[in-house]
Design a protein around this ligand. Structure first.
Ligand SMILES: CC1=C(CCC(=O)O)c2cc3nc(cc4[nH]c(cc5[nH]c(cc1n2)c(C)c5CCC(=O)O)c(CCC(=O)O)c4C)C(CCC(=O)O)=C3C
Ligand SMILES: [Fe+2]
Length: 396
């Protein structure tokens, strides 16, 4: 189909750089006409794979954000504890292989290129490799399910940066599948995880009233949360980011046979104490639970797609230790990883774009979805970092 040029003009002064988008010609929000994609771009966060990688990786992550060295050393310690290796790259190798197997089984001839934002293999290499093979109309899957600067827009800004830096912006287009927080393929693992954990606890004699389910996600600056999602949706101070998590948590609990109390909690806060971030912190909530008659916590990593460092350290080390210190039993439920339901769901998300599936026929488990295919100008903008152009967007 015809490509149009679609700058994300943002809310401040627009730069002259423009990025063609295959999706943009079709409409402002939901692309309901077929798009002939050449390939899938699997876009990961990236992580270190040895002690020597740790500091250079952290510098990449925090580039331009002025995060003090003390904080970098603090975070480096989490990675060093595990030999300087984050499992996140291995997860993405496995996810790429699982996607390729699923595509082959369904007879879909779309190659998968994998590149990361913050560590090798970088997005730059993946895009250059695709272009060299003649694959120029790309649909990206970011390994992140929700709307916010860190979980959506930052990927889009990196696509734009890569298209500029490689000089391929006039030739390669990168669209992005919709934020998939309420796609059944993503939600599945959390539903079964809570079910299994509650079954284990009740089989051991814990009363349902003594169990608390804590849905945990990455905290973000409150200013980012408020700006998450398109400006025309007024979703309160927590923005689309909080609203989406709350809606998915409700769906997960509605699918349970037993009624259990639950909370949405936040983890992995960074940044200066003077800057407000989403609260409450998971550890602060756990500390309060014994006085409320709770004996066991089910920790659900709702904001994450795999067992990477934020899960291994902040949940499996810190939150688990906090629970133990307060005499609570804890079970951490699985992340989607390469769960067949998740892998199938990701391929379905690509196919709805290939086929131009009407919005009404797209699966979505919450009333918020199905979320938009193409982001409006200013969607999830980071006011602290200022305006940067983003790919996979559209004019209003
Ligand atoms: C919403 C969100 C997700 C979920 C969406 C998604 O999954 O993409 C996520 C994922 C991840 N975050 C990760 C690692 C880091 N995030 C950092 C910093 C930050 N994350 C933020 C938000 C998020 N982050 C924010 C608002 C900051 C502060 C920077 C600022 O001021 O805007 C820092 C810097 C040090 C620090 O500040 O802690 C590191 C090292 C890894 C890799 C883990 C591994 O290696 O296994 C992953 C998957
Ligand atoms: Fe992060």
């Amino acid at each position: 189909m015809t490509s149009t040029t679609t700058p994300d003009t943002g809310t401040t002064s627009a730069p002259t750089v423009m990025f063609a988008s295959a999706a943009a010609a079709a409409g402002p929000e939901h692309v309901e006409v077929p798009t002939a994609y050449d390939a899938i771009l699997l876009a990961g966060f990236g992580g270190p794979e040895g002690q020597d990688d740790v500091i250079p990786f952290l510098r990449n992550v925090t580039r331009g954000r002025g995060i003090p060295d003390e904080r970098l050393e603090e975070v480096a310690h989490h990675y060093r504890h595990f030999g300087g290796v984050s499992p996140i790259n291995q997860h993405n190798r496995e996810l790429k292989a699982a996607l390729e197997a699923e595509l082959a089984a369904r007879g879909i001839a779309l190659p998968v290129y994998w590149g990361n934002r913050n560590w090798a293999p970088y997005l730059e290499e993946a895009v250059a490799e695709a272009e060299a093979a003649g694959d120029t109309t790309l649909v990206a899957i970011a390994t992140s399910a929700y709307s916010s600067f860190s979980s959506c827009r930052q990927y889009r800004e990196d696509f734009a940066r890569v298209l500029t830096e490689t000089g391929l912006g006039g030739r390669v287009t990168i669209d992005k599948v919709r934020p998939f927080f309420d796609h059944p393929g993503f939600v599945h693992t959390f539903i079964t995880g809570v079910r299994d954990a509650v079954a284990t606890l009740t089989a051991d004699g814990v009363a349902p009233g003594a169990i608390r389910v804590l849905f945990s996600t990455h905290s973000v600056p409150t200013a980012d949360a408020t700006r998450s999602g398109p400006a025309h949706l007024d979703l309160g101070e927590g923005g689309a980011y909080e609203a989406q998590h709350l809606a998915v948590a409700e769906v997960v609990m509605a699918a349970q046979e037993t009624e259990i109390a639950w909370n949405l909690v936040y983890q992995s806060r960074s940044g200066p104490p003077s800057q407000p971030w989403l609260e409450p912190d998971i550890n602060d909530v756990i500390e309060q639970l014994p006085s409320q008659g709770v004996e066991a916590v089910v920790i659900v990593p709702l904001g994450f797609v795999s067992d990477h460092m934020e899960v291994m350290w902040d949940l499996d080390e810190e939150a688990t230790e906090t629970a133990a210190e307060h005499g609570l039993r804890s079970i951490r439920t699985p992340t989607p990883g390469v769960d067949p339901a998740y892998v199938t769901g990701l391929v379905d998300l690509v196919l709805e774009r290939v086929n131009g599936t009407p919005k009404a026929e797209r699966p979505a488990m919450t009333n918020l979805g199905p979320w938009f295919d193409v982001c409006r100008p200013g969607c999830c903008e980071n006011v602290r970092a200022g305006f940067k152009p983003a790919a996979s967007g559209v004019l209003p």
